[in-house]
Design a protein around this ligand. Structure first.
Ligand SMILES: [Zn+2]
Length: 399
């Protein structure tokens, strides 16, 4: 039936354009992008086929993920795209591409021991067409987080043992979240500057500026150019026992003249402005752009999470936001003079004051230039560090 329909449907097309039937189904690759990271390696194969039907299986000796793509024909350029990445930094030993039948392609990923594979198909979103996303997760991922926590707890115990005056000398963990990463470049400026790159630079400088004082320990939700889902950013911050969560961005606006810094908190009463709503919607799309299959929408869970973000948390977030906005006003114009609110998914961290900072507009050519500059990145980082320290100093929370 299926074949019959295809023949009926495609016949006039071949007739008109003289294309050979086999090629018209061809699985044409637009791009293959590989994001190796200690946490996991994501491989995104961008293509044109909607609702692609693939078969896959894990086979043993050696352990490998085998993906069969039907109705596919790979030309040497596509094969080169799949094989053309540096395997050294990934949890893979070998990648093989074979045309096993005239119209069937097999991709085999030979994995290192204890690697877990995850596969998802992502529909076209933002500037991407359809994607086949394969994640390879090394076993040590969990260990790394555990090691961090163990180290942190151990360090904390030592500090507490050395200094008897408790809270005053307790190390404060600050979660700094560099927006986007990997498959999700964030906003892109006219000169090609990517938001994910500049915010990561700012984040690293902010870590350094804060950790000048041994009272502060900075936890980075992402440590390189790879994607972390919004939910995972929150989870990591909670697991690291962070007292503050700050997400760093540099977004775009339709009008290139839009400029200045702004600070956002989670709002329970809807967005404070149309721009804030627009921005939150765009930021919340980050998971899909980054190649994360969206969890089945579970309104109950979403609501519970939101309800757990108490009014006290939102109030504290606003105070933190104001402290930071004040410092940013010394180094930059402000896009909005007050802390704005909207439904940002990444700010739904129960009981932790959480803010999202738009450091500047990457869509403004002058601000794009500044965002690229090492000097200006440092200025932003220093202003943020000053605001954070001020908040902690006057904190209404027992940090
Ligand atoms: Zn952003």
């Amino acid at each position: 039936m299926e074949t019959r329909r295809k023949i009926l449907f495609t016949f006039p097309v071949y007739f008109l354009f003289g294309i050979l039937p086999k090629q018209s189904y061809s699985f044409e690759i637009i791009a293959v992008r590989v994001w190796p990271a200690p946490e996991y390696t994501r491989i995104a194969i961008e293509h044109f086929v909607k609702n692609i039907k693939i078969n896959f299986a894990i086979e043993e000796n050696p352990e490998r993920l085998v993906i069969d793509i039907p109705d596919a024909y790979l030309n040497p350029v596509d094969v080169k795209k799949i094989l053309g990445f540096d395997i050294e930094e990934t949890p893979l030993n070998k990648v093989k591409v074979t045309q096993i039948k005239q119209n069937k392609v097999r991709i085999t990923f030979e994995m290192k021991p204890l690697t877990r594979a995850r596969l998802s198909t992502i529909p076209a979103v933002a500037h991407y067409k359809e994607r086949l996303v394969i994640d390879f997760i090394p076993h040590k991922r969990k260990d790394r987080l555990l090691t961090f926590l163990e180290n942190y707890q151990q360090k904390n115990q030592t500090i507490n043992a050395l200094k008897s005056d408790g809270n005053k000398n307790k190390q404060i963990v600050i979660a700094i979240d560099a927006g986007h990463g990997g498959e999700d470049p964030g906003a892109i400026g006219k000169r090609g500057t990517m938001e994910k790159t500049v915010v990561f630079e700012i984040t690293k400088k902010l870590k350094k500026a804060l950790e000048n004082n041994s009272r502060y320990k900075v936890f980075l939700t992402r440590k390189g150019d790879y994607f972390v889902s919004l939910r995972n950013r929150i989870k990591k911050a909670k697991d690291a026992k962070a007292s503050i969560f700050i997400s760093i961005h540099a977004d775009a606006w339709i009008k290139p003249e839009a400029r200045g810094a702004s600070v956002y908190v989670l709002s329970s009463k809807g967005a404070s402005s149309e721009a804030a709503r627009w921005l939150a919607k765009k930021e919340n799309l980050s998971d899909l752009v980054g190649g994360e299959k969206l969890a089945t929408p579970n309104k109950v869970i979403a609501k519970t999470l939101f309800d757990m973000s108490t009014s006290a948390q939102i109030k504290n977030s606003s105070i933190l936001g104001k402290d930071i906005l004040k410092e940013l006003s010394d180094i930059s114009v402000l896009h909005k003079k007050n802390v704005e609110g909207a439904g940002f998914a990444v700010l739904k961290t129960p009981n932790i004051p959480s803010i999202l900072v738009e450091t500047a507009f990457i869509s403004n050519p002058r601000e794009e230039l500044r965002l690229q500059s090492n000097y200006h990145q440092s200025r932003i980082a220093k202003a943020l560090a000053k605001g954070i320290k001020k908040f902690i100093g006057n904190s209404p929370l027992k940090l």
